[in-house]
Design a protein around this ligand. Sequence first.
Ligand code: AHR
Length: 613
Amino acid sequence: LAIDASAQSGRKIPDTLFGIFFEEINHAGAGGIWAELVDNRGFEAGGQNTPSDFSPWVIIGNETTVLAGTDRTSPFKRNPVALRVQANCDGNGCPSTCVGVYNPGFWGMNIEHGKGYELILYVKSLDSINITVSLTTSDGLQTLATSNIVASASDVSNWIKVQLELFAIGSAPNGRLQLTTRKKGVFWLDQVSLMPIDTYMGHGFRKDLVSMLADLKPRFIRFPGGCYVEGERLWNAFRWTASIGPWEERPGHFGDVWNYWTDDGLGYFEFLQLAEDLGASPVWVINNGISHRDSVKTTNISPWVQDTLNSIEFARGDSNSTWGSIRASMGHPEPFQLNYMAIGNENCGMNFYRENYLKFYYAIKEAYPDIKLITNCDGSRRTLDHPADYYDFHTYTSARNMFRQKDYFNSASKSGPKAFVSEYAVTDSSAGTGSLLASLGEAAFLIGLENNSDIVEMASYAPLFVNANDRRWNPDAIVFNSAQMYGTPSYWMQHFFKESSGATLNPTWILPDLSSQLAASAVTWKSSDHASYLKIKIVNIGSDSVNLKILVSGLTHTINSLSSSTTILTSSNAMDENSFLNPTKVVPQKSVLTDANTEMDVVISPHSLISFD
Ligand code: AHR
């Protein structure tokens, strides 16, 4: 393997090359990175016709002691459903146990000893109330935190907001929130929220999961989908206006592609906030009037275009503008840096896509000429018939094929829009539920993207997250449940690329007869303290080890073998995976590279991704 590390032969890799794609799929957001512990907090998930199904809430008590059901008495206009609880206790209170309701969260609430939880709820009653709020184990038998809501009839005759902090004195990874009483009477509940106090940067995100994203140093975050943006039907698609403003007033919606309800606590504002917190450029994917099964005619599309312009004003307008003022009222007076937008998702060729696209394109470019726009139509093999800054490219295939696709962009057009590989992953049986083999095919593909980064400017793996209790898509980069998480090899593979964006790509040559088994690239960069770094990455997707001589020419600095290292992602079997029981079976292993030099004889293990740093 020969590497020319001279300054004059290098080419700068775009600053944006590697980022992430977050979709609300597999409960990635609701019951995932959004730290809200209550599922169906507004009782709206069963629809606005009442009485409705208010699961996963469960009644505590039996038919004679308690009657609970939804009605339309909510104080919030856009989400009219509330829960009415009638405690049929005798004059001395309920017999031996309390009655009420509990919420199990998203397959259990992670209650941790020593941590604080903020409870907010809305309540009203015709009578005085005495409601016990408690965090308990999954069977309700052990109380981990408790508090009482006591109020006179006059205090609660109209809806009141109750806000209190619960401090856990015990742990339960699958705990629940109980609201119970021993007092006869009727009370109503609405918008019951329980959040851990400690969230990522205090912005409501689950710390452990978002830290895993931050560790990837993503340069952009594409959101909120994917098919989630489209919907099976337009009436179920994500609508940004319904996802902003006070959380209590958001109606929530049923995502009919991935088949679950979300309260939309994680809304457009929160996505922009997450991008900012990660230091990643937001890539806002909008629906241009097309779902999987219906579409808006171009003659009727103007309001949709206006809605999109409003979304940009919400992100970028000053705090006196109509939509910017709402952003400011939500705690972010400064504009967000929104510079990338995708018009639709996988809609090229669908009814009205191109015509609608043009309406959006010209309206956005006229108002915000600096925003880079991404078309759904693949321009890698043909010249597009419409203007765009980027074309979107998705690839889901086998590990072998993904490996071969490292060369796909070698023959893509150098003129015209740049490529945004916004979704790539190995998805056939070679992926298992996240195999080493899959990650090797993907690593080779990314090496190919580095080598073609004069054409490909952005790339992200898909999907990012799966709550193990609701696997709608397989595989995914990060697997989690209420309390645990691990990265699949595809997640760890991305760590090898985190210095690449903005670095210099140095030409590499590998013997042609090895190119069906090996892929390699080399990048150099300077750190903030002006030290120079060289990173050589090699993928061996074959089942034999390869003896390789690495020759580096053109270095202006001597190699500091004291600070050199090598990192390898491998395992004894190419189909090996991580799991909750063994979360670190396939993770990068770093060791000191004692003989680092411009000429090195190395052995590249079978089924491995290795870097020399
Ligand atoms: O990543 C999962 C899905 O794959 C996305 O929602 C969609 O864009 C693609 O078909």
